[in-house]
Write a protein that binds this ligand. Structure first.
Ligand code: SF4
Length: 348
């Protein structure tokens, strides 16, 4: 389904003035290239099996102004690849990323520059994303200085204001990344992203490496910053329980495809897709205290050889013959809700 088709029907919860980002039928493939030995073997007449991973397969949805979209699924489902494409760090093999309605790939260089500033990314491990040789103040001020976000005379005040908003003491600007705790480093990573005045921040497992108590603090910080800076987020996480508390809408991915999409509250109250139902059963809640932990049956198949038809069919308790041969289309099942399951056809 194209972004235009979804545009009129999926209304984000947050007030919006057109989407910040439209992801239009995006596909990303990774192809195994022949190494030296394979090239030698090919010269001698051997054949090389060019195996292709469909990391992202025909994904379309939008992110509205100040909207928080949770992108969830098991490891290897393509959510981080999609997050990197949305942030402009990776390119789609086919399909388009539209920033404020304009195709980023074909845009003039000035528009591409604006896109790269307006959409920022925060990574899982803040230590990996901070240069160990840069003092914290330099790490946060480098991009706004380079892109002239504020006049040079106001740069220090701008950085201090952002650091304070992120809960970092500006007097620690002379310290190196290894001199901060994990939670403080993530706050610095957030400050660095905010220093260029973004509209959308892609958070890739941004709290996954933190202690549970620190996770809660950082999630609260994300919500405070949303209000303070009119931010939207694409929150990429394997933990559907975490994104529940912060997302307006959820996008559930399985082996490169979107299987369900809808407002978070509705999706938690009544999940439609069997994969979403299975994911929610893994989330511990007080209501289910004492109930046994329920994991999804079976292993996630290799993306090199995904199952035919519905990718979820080997693990789905409701799979039929049709599921093994026909790919279910992502269809509207209620206002603002979409699901890709043949069961929805059978019950209509
Ligand atoms: Fe299960 Fe079939 Fe629906 Fe896929 S299409 S989730 S296999 S019932």
């Amino acid at each position: 389904m194209s972004a235009e088709a979804l545009a009129g029907r999926v209304q984000p919860v947050a007030e919006r003035a057109g989407p910040i980002i439209s992801i239009d039928n995006v596909t990303r493939r990774f192809e195994r290239r022949p190494d030296f030995a394979a090239k030698l073997a090919m010269r001698l007449g051997a054949t090389f099996n060019r195996r292709v991973v469909h990391a992202v397969d025909g994904v379309s949805f939008e992110i509205g102004t100040r909207e928080v979209v949770g992108l969830v699924g098991e490891s290897g489902c393509g959510k981080s690849t999609l997050g990197r494409i949305v942030a402009g760090i990776d390119s789609p093999t086919s399909g388009r990323i539209l920033y404020r309605g304009e195709d980023v790939a074909g845009a003039p260089s000035e528009a591409q520059r604006e896109f790269r500033l307006r959409v920022q990314m925060i990574f899982q491990d803040p230590l990996d994303s901070l240069n160990p040789r840069y003092r914290m103040g330099r790490a946060v001020s480098e991009a706004p200085r380079h892109h002239r976000i504020v006049p040079l005379s106001e740069l220090e005040g701008h950085v201090d204001r952002i650091l304070l908003k992120c809960g970092v003491d500006p007097s620690t600007k002379d310290r190196f990344p290894h001199q901060f705790s994990g939670g403080q480093r993530q706050r610095i990573g957030i400050a660095r992203a905010l220093a260029v005045n973004p509209e959308l921040v892609v958070c890739d497992e941004a709290v996954a490496s933190l202690d549970v108590s620190i996770q809660a603090q950082i999630i609260n910080l994300f919500m405070d910053l949303r209000e303070a800076f009119d931010l939207g987020y694409l929150f990429v996480s394997h933990d559907i329980g975490i994104v529940r508390h912060i997302s307006d809408r959820l996008v559930v991915m399985y082996l490169g495809r979107v299987v369900e999409l809808g407002p978070t509250q509705e999706l938690f109250a009544k999940p439609n897709h069997p994969y979403t139902q299975a994911l929610l059963k893994e989330v511990p809640t007080l209501k289910r205290r004492g109930a046994s932990f329920c994991t999804i049956q079976g292993e996630i198949p290799s993306p090199l050889q995904p199952p035919s038809g519905c990718h979820f069919n080997p693990r789905c308790p409701f799979a039929t013959k049709r599921c093994r041969s026909e790919v279910p289309e992502l269809r509207q099942i209620a206002p603002g809700r979409f699901s890709a399951c043949h069961l929805n056809d059978d019950t209509r």
